[in-house]
Design a protein around this ligand. Structure first.
Ligand code: HEC
Length: 140
């Protein structure tokens, strides 16, 4: 009796696990760039050139930095990774650089935003060098 109860509990758990929703990638790598990576990184680069003027503008920069950071995570998920080595490392470098930009925006520190922007550009370029255009520099 006890055994049968255990068995059904086990089966229920297995069924529940099988029905757990899983990640469903929707955007291609190009679309992730169009929707998140390009506009979010532009907002950070612009903040270095023309410092945000008020609370709201700084918050917008912070939010863009968060979008960029999470887009870096998305590059690693859902079968988008082109390999488990360099791709993961470079995506993670973008996550880290963007997280630094978010901190800089929270501190409203223009120098730190510029430094984070430089770090971000080098993560874009190092990934493209290997996985996209063999070192052609970005048109910025
Ligand atoms: C982990 C790798 C990786 C990182 C990091 C990365 N990219 Fe890309 N990027 C790619 C790949 C791969 C493509 C080409 C995708 C394709 O052709 O399917 C691409 C394409 C692009 C394109 C061309 C999009 C188009 O519509 O043709 C632009 C612009 C671009 N990236 C900008 C950036 C910027 C700016 C950053 C940094 C903020 C960045 N990328 C970070 C891998 C990366």
């Amino acid at each position: 009796m006890r055994r049968r109860w255990l068995l059904s509990a086990y089966l229920l758990c297995t069924v529940a696990a099988a029905q757990q929703p899983t990640i469903k990638p929707v955007a291609t790598i190009i679309q992730l760039h169009e929707a998140m990576i390009s506009p979010a990184s532009d907002a950070i680069f612009n903040a270095g050139q023309e410092p945000p003027k008020d609370e709201k503008a700084w918050l917008a920069v912070r939010n863009n930095a968060l979008i960029l950071a999470e887009a870096g995570n998305l590059l690693m998920l859902g079968g988008r990774a082109k390999d488990q080595g360099g791709w993961m490392k470079m995506s993670r470098a973008m996550v880290d650089a963007a997280a630094t930009a978010a901190k800089a925006a929270e501190a409203k520190n223009v120098d730190a935003i510029m430094a984070a922007g430089d770090r971000i550009v080098s993560t874009c370029e190092s990934c493209h060098q290997v996985y996209r255009d063999k070192g052609r520099r970005m048109m910025r």
